[in-house]
Design a protein around this ligand. Structure first.
Ligand code: PGA
Length: 371
């Protein structure tokens, strides 16, 4: 089904202001440097495997691979698996059995948009929850686009509402098709999906932790074509900016935004090292235990980046402190500023040489001037 975009004044206003990459409002910088959100790696098994026996074997293999890793160190990522609904209880049981070191979440792939009633073949949010699910994928393109359903943005909005009310963590999927991308409509589509999907939810999203968003370009799903890490980062950056417009910057900075679409053991680390990419929704690769486990472990890159950032911030703080003290002393001693800046530049070089300073460009050396 062709997706409709709407001429919503709020979106239009936003698009005019932010869509061009020239605009760099203050909030963008904040979004980029926030590394506190945590990482979420979820497997979406879709309509696989074909039998209970295969599902048991796959769950077993996944835990065999993950358990030793979970035991060696606190894992960086929150991990979850979303099997077909009929397999949820059995997979949950398997994961529970081997959850010694770290819980693996279990999730559903869909819920119905009504609470209950005469809806043949559907699953309610409350049933999914009582079957052990802690999360649910909502608005996957395979359900929006007519491959298995024709979900509208309005229904997706109802489902998100219900999931939050039922204390299920929704993984809210958005993404553009190849045609929409080629027509230059990517940002309109994403903005519309977010705007319509989150209608009326501003107050329910209290901290930002109640939801995960998955950016899944439809052309990358199951095709082996991945968005480049730069493209994925830029788009997710845009999504976070648009979210800050819809629900406020504080919450937008807390929401984890995953990338989905042919993420695999080879590209995971590069994608996950992007500042705004907070995890992955993994289809095909989650059906291969060794590969899924490698993707989970690739999320350690986030911890490393965070440590480096902390070290760099500390070095910068110390440097500024030394600089401020030195300036004060030099002023007292009436030594010229140009000599002071010679000294600070020398100190900067020294810090760089000692590799204490990872991001020297963040320090501004002011132009020389005599006292
Ligand atoms: P893929 O699927 O990893 O097989 O591309 C991702 C998804 O559809 O969630």
């Amino acid at each position: 089904m062709k997706q409709k975009t709407y001429n919503i004044p709020a979106i239009t206003k936003f698009q005019q202001k932010y869509q061009t990459n020239k605009a760099k409002p203050q909030q963008l910088k904040i979004a980029s440097i926030n590394t506190q959100r945590g990482t979420a790696i979820y497997g979406n098994w879709k309509m696989n495997p074909s039998t209970v026996e295969e599902a048991v074997a796959l769950s077993h293999d996944i835990m065999l691979k993950l358990d030793p890793y979970f035991k060696t160190k606190p894992a960086t990522a929150e991990v979850g698996i979303c099997p077909p609904s009929g397999l949820m209880t059995i997979v949950n049981g398997m994961l529970l059995d081997s959850r010694a070191a770290k819980p693996v979440q279990i999730g559903a792939q869909n819920i119905h948009h009504e609470k209950k009633g005469a809806f043949t073949g559907e699953m309610s949010a409350s049933l999914v929850k009582s079957l052990g699910a802690s999360c649910v994928i909502i608005g996957h393109s395979e359900r929006r686009g007519g491959q298995s359903a024709y979900e509208s943005n309005k229904q997706i909005n109802q489902k998100l509402n219900l999931a939050i009310d039922s204390k299920l963590l929704p993984i809210f999927c958005i993404g553009e098709t190849l045609k929409e991308k080629e027509l230059g409509k990517k940002y309109d589509i994403l903005a519309t999906q977010l705007f319509e999907g989150l209608k009326g939810l501003k107050e329910k999203i209290k901290s930002g932790n109640e939801m995960i968003i998955a950016y899944e370009p439809v052309w990358a799903i199951g095709t082996g074509k991945t968005a480049t890490s730069k493209d994925a980062q830029d788009t997710i950056f845009y999504i976070r900016r648009f979210l800050s417009h819809l629900i406020g910057i504080e919450k937008a900075l807390k929401i984890r935004i995953q990338y989905g679409g042919s993420m695999n053991e080879k590209n995971a680390m590069e994608l996950l090292s992007q500042p705004d990419i907070d995890g992955g929704l993994i289809g095909g690769a989650s059906l291969k235990a060794p590969e899924f486990s490698k993707i989970v472990q690739a999320a350690d890159v986030k911890q490393k980046i965070h440590q480096d950032e902390k070290a760099a911030t500390e070095a910068i703080k110390q440097f500024n402190l030394i600089q401020a003290n030195a300036l004060e002393r030099l002023q007292k001693a009436k030594i010229s500023r140009s000599r002071f800046y010679d000294t600070t530049e020398a100190m900067l070089k020294d810090l760089k040489a000692k590799k204490q300073l990872q991001q020297p460009t963040q320090i501004e050396i002011k132009p020389r001037a005599s006292v």
